[in-house]
Design a protein around this ligand. Structure first.
Ligand SMILES: Nc1ncnc2c1ncn2[C@@H]1O[C@H](COP(=O)(O)OP(=O)(O)OP(=O)(O)O)[C@@H](O)[C@H]1O
Ligand SMILES: Nc1ncnc2c1ncn2[C@@H]1O[C@H](COP(=O)(O)OP(=O)(O)OP(=O)(O)O)[C@@H](O)[C@H]1O
Ligand SMILES: [Mg+2]
Ligand SMILES: [Mg+2]
Lengths: 253, 253
């Protein structure tokens, strides 16, 4: 059965979507079967992979209108499928809240396709609200992108206590796949300080791979393709390939 | 009566907090009386201004435990006060929702201190949820920071329709103070394309001032001070001073 990895950090703009798309593509390039689930109403992962806006959505799957298998579609990149989202996903935040067991919905609907994939990556919004909680309850692992900047440090303990709460309640088997340092710029002293601080916070969970600030990562989504397809030689693409190899080692696949 | 400016964009990491802190400080430097209200449970604006974590919070004001005047405190920068927040603010999202007229709460509690300030800047979380809606209902103006990157473009129409909904309902007098382009790096073609696209979307609402990507802006909050105090000669500080002058011109003060 495939691993379900929730890509989570309530701090905005730290590289969650960029990591979901490009780690997904990198695992695909290493011939693992991957599904990216867009669980952010902004729909950035969907747009960033060139989705045309048509067809069933993750929202339709969550509300039981279609099965997950029907809503997944090829991304255009080998071994990489997408389950898209748009603004309608906000409805899930509102509709499911009153229902008993709402937090298990994502896990239940994705269960139907887990056998088809080695990895399912769930891109989460910048919040610790219902959509993120649902992803954490569904997940086998959590991957936390952290930008190498001051405000990003502030939110880490809040995120850690949310994960611990889920581990202590709805999902005792949730593991921490790792912490990924993103947008690293070695010319900035602050970045070196933050990296040292994060490695101290999470002694053996920080990936060796550090994703550098690299403009190709910001350009690729405007073409609707991953950075691997956009510019495989870029430092951004190489970083996500290196990360994918680390993920394979940590999950022994 | 002071203008209440909601600093809003559901896209994460676009410079909302950086703009609230540094526009606030720049207006203070120009001898206007300014209050920064932290309405994001991340509490970045509070930490970024060196708040020690003590004393009453915006959450306490919203729940009626203390008056706004009691919870505001000096930031340490001339003419600039802070109404701080921390994670407890999440409680407001949950508690107020069922209450009739919850969306007017922020406007009502801030009404008590409006006469003491020329500008009240409300820093919002990366979402269009209750805390942001409450700020938009309380506000006289909205200021929208937009990062010069692809994903930032995607969310603009969603934000515009939320603002229009509020203008058509709870707050007909809400105006658009302006759209601020942030983290501009003129070496990146994408940034130039995004700037052209945003100026097309919002003819005559985009500020002439474009905030460049400038490391001093990312370093200042780790010292608990605005960039004006940290490095007044930096391109970041100069940009926010220029923005403050444009805000004064647009609000004729
Ligand atoms: N390593 C990098 N180098 C340069 N730009 C990057 C890098 N990683 C991400 N970006 C860009 O930074 C911006 C923020 O990244 P992204 O949207 O992936 O973050 P996010 O955490 O998903 O944001 P949100 O909180 O809004 O969901 C995007 O414009 C993206 O293209
Ligand atoms: N012009 C700039 N140049 C360089 N760094 C910047 C600039 N503006 C903001 N930053 C840095 O980029 C990061 C994101 O900015 P900030 O936290 O202000 O965005 P935000 O929109 O408030 O994020 P959130 O959506 O999480 O509330 C921060 O680490 C900040 O220090
Ligand atoms: Mg994202
Ligand atoms: Mg912020």
């Amino acid at each position: 059965l495939g691993r379900i990895v929730a890509v989570v950090n309530q701090k905005g703009g730290v590289g969650k979507t960029t990591s979901a798309i490009n780690l997904g593509a990198a695992l695909g390039a290493l011939e693992r079967r991957v599904l990216i689930v867009d669980s952010d109403p902004q729909g950035n992962a969907s747009r960033g992979l060139g989705w045309d806006g048509e067809g069933p959505l993750f929202y339709d799957v969550l509300s039981g209108e279609v099965g997950a298998a029907e809503a997944t579609r090829p991304s255009g990149f080998p071994h990489l499928d997408l389950l898209p989202a748009n603004r309608e996903l906000v409805g899930a935040e509102v509709e499911f809240v009153g229902q008993e067991g709402w937090e298990r919905t994502a896990g239940e609907v994705l269960g139907a396709v887990r056998k088809n994939y080695d990895y399912i990556l769930i891109d989460c919004p910048p919040s610790l609200g219902h959509l993120t909680v649902m992803a954490l309850v569904a997940a086998t692992d959590v991957l936390v992108p952290i930008q190498c900047e001051y405000f990003a440090l502030e939110g880490v303990s809040e995120l850690a206590s949310t994960v611990a709460r889920i581990q202590g309640g709805h999902n005792p088997s949730l593991g921490i796949l790792g912490v990924l340092l993103t947008m690293y710029d070695d010319r900035i002293n602050l970045a070196r300080d933050v990296v040292r601080e994060i490695r101290r916070h999470f002694p053996d969970r920080v990936f060796d791979t550090v994703v550098p600030r690299n403009v190709r990562l910001a350009e690729a989504p405007s073409h609707g393709i991953s950075v691997l397809e956009y510019d495989i030689k870029s430092r951004g693409a190489q970083a996500y390939l290196s990360l994918a190899r680390e993920v394979l080692a940590r999950t022994r696949r």
